[in-house]
Write a protein that binds this ligand. Structure first.
Ligand code: ADP
Length: 496
């Protein structure tokens, strides 16, 4: 039996490939960055050819590095930067334009018009999303509106749409398969998450031809096989999921109410809500987690724009630390935050406040304030923001948080993890394998080809690095949190 599953983690700044063994630990990793293209302020693009070549290179590199033969690879899983949109020519496989990246605001005018037209409730009911330039649908419309003759060609089936998973799948299968998975489809603003189908009414509103859309399949299952020219052998591509959903799967959050938080540049909190989509009254997104074993699992999602990025700013902007990990030792030079609060609303506030006009606010400074207080306030901000989102999730779902699984770069920060546990009043679990995104895609693929038997294998492989328990002083945690909420109010509406 083959010894490995190959996971392709196609992220916003780099393409990575990781080989995972049966025990769910990485055997080797390879990574290649690719250029970010900023044609105008707020517009972000990628060259799909650069994505493809960096991904292919990473795959070749990881196999060489690990000295693993393709015969020893049971399956390939793909996880990807979500929402990023590619249109390509069915005959030549060539992209018709640069990919429009999830961050790009290029389709904001389309979204404004839709919101003003009163479509928000319709889209939210059917897709679980808010009308925002973040999602793929209006990016597709923007390309169809601005490239001459493209809409007609798309209607004739000559032009195809895909998120990055779909584009990679097309290339890996040499144009044999045009498909995506439920989780990626649920980020397009075009997919009805209740009926599990592209929604004709929404397609009509956005004037997007159905003929250009990929077939949507469960996240775990064989999508196709790699064309032999790539690895000399046909390898099944058997798992696909968007990055945050893959991480939730990789964290073994299989029962309703389980939550993972990824502490990266921003924070992404996902709560498994089981087989039912839970509509949000508190500015969260309702989304599909994955399709596995004939069932669809839904999630509530809360995005925090600035988390680890606040530490980057302390390093590069304020220059009070030389490295990100140093923020922890600096924070330990003081006993507490000294009543200093740091609301990192650099680009406004996301869930649950949604205030685009909020701006970063450092408040409570006195003559006694030291660098350490600012470092501590920055660390605490990640935990308070997470509490804001978890609180919204509890209200929407009616489920009380029981524990939190964590990953991402800043989850290495022990002070943050302990503070998070105190703020939420639950135990925080940090796994040994922090590459949960790539791992989740590997599991989805490996489960489909019986490399792993069922989700209990995933649970058994999940190994604890360290857990953080609430220290029990709830009153103090609540007093701090009240002060935080007051600081958030002060940050709002600044850039109006
Ligand atoms: P991304 O995938 O978004 O690039 P990562 O998961 O690689 O992010 O995490 C990197 C982020 O985590 C950076 O913003 C960095 O400032 C932050 N970070 C890394 N180590 C620490 C640490 N020990 N304490 C606090 N923040 C950290």
């Amino acid at each position: 039996m083959a010894g490995y599953v190959l996971s392709l983690d196609q992220g916003t700044t780099s393409s990575r490939a990781i080989l995972f063994g049966h025990d769910g630990t990485p055997r080797a990793t390879a990574q290649h960055e690719f250029p970010q293209i900023f044609p105008r302020p707020g517009h972000v693009e990628h060259d799909p050819e650069a994505i493809w070549s960096s991904q292919l290179q990473s795959m070749e590199d990881v196999l060489r590095k690990a000295d693993v033969a393709t015969e020893d690879v049971a399956a390939i899983g793909i996880t990807n930067q979500r929402e990023t949109t590619v249109l390509w020519d069915r005959d030549t496989g060539k992209p018709v334009a640069n990919a429009i990246v999830w961050q790009s605001r290029v389709s904001a005018p389309i979204c404004n018009a839709l919101n003003e037209g009163g479509y928000a409730d319709l889209f939210r009911e059917k897709t679980g999303l808010v009308i925002d330039a973040y999602f793929s649908g209006t990016k597709i419309k923007h390309l169809l509106d601005t490239i001459n003759g493209l809409r007609e060609r798309a209607a004739a089936g000559e032009i195809l749409f895909g998120t990055i998973d779909s584009f990679l799948l097309w290339r890996l299968t040499n144009g044999n398969v045009h498909a995506t998975d439920y989780s990626n489809a649920s980020r397009t603003l075009l997919y009805n998450i209740h009926e599990l189908d592209w929604d004709d009414e929404l397609l009509q509103i956005l004037d997007i031809p159905r003929a250009m859309l990929p077939e949507v399949q469960p996240s775990s299952g064989v999508f196709g096989e790699t064309a032999t020219e790539h690895f000399g052998r046909a390898i099944p591509i058997a798992g696909i999921a968007g990055d945050q959903q893959a991480a939730t799967f990789g964290q073994a959050c299989f029962s309703p109410g389980m939550v993972k938080n990824t502490y990266g540049t921003g924070c992404f909190v996902m709560m498994n809500t089981g087989d039912k989509p839970v509509p949000s009254q508190h500015g969260l997104l309702t989304t599909i987690g994955w399709g596995y074993n004939g069932e669809v699992t839904y999630c509530l999602e809360g995005a925090i724009f600035i988390a680890g990025a606040v530490v980057q700013w302390l390093r590069d902007g304020l220059q009070i630390v030389d490295s990100a990990p140093e923020v922890e030792s600096l924070a330990q030079t003081v006993e507490d935050n000294g009543d200093v609060y740091f609301v990192p609303a650099f680009v406004g506030l996301g869930a649950p406040q949604w205030d685009a006009e909020a701006r970063g606010t450092l408040i409570g400074i006195t003559r006694g304030t030291e660098r350490g207080h600012i470092a501590r306030a920055a660390i605490e901000a990640m935990a308070y923001q997470t509490r804001d989102v978890v609180h919204a999730m509890e209200q929407d779902s009616g489920i009380q948080l029981a524990e939190l699984q964590v990953d991402g770069g800043a989850a290495a920060n022990n002070l943050l993890m302990q503070f998070q546990s105190d703020q939420l009043g639950v135990t925080v679990h940090r796994p040994v394998v922090r590459e949960t995104t790539a791992l989740g895609a590997a599991y989805l693929a490996g489960l489909a080809v019986d490399f792993w038997n069922d989700t209990s294998d995933v649970q058994n492989n999940w190994a604890l690095d360290r857990e953080f328990r609430p220290s029990g002083n709830n009153d103090r945690a609540d007093i701090l949190y009240e002060r935080w909420q007051k600081a958030v109010e002060r940050s709002k509406n600044w850039a109006e």
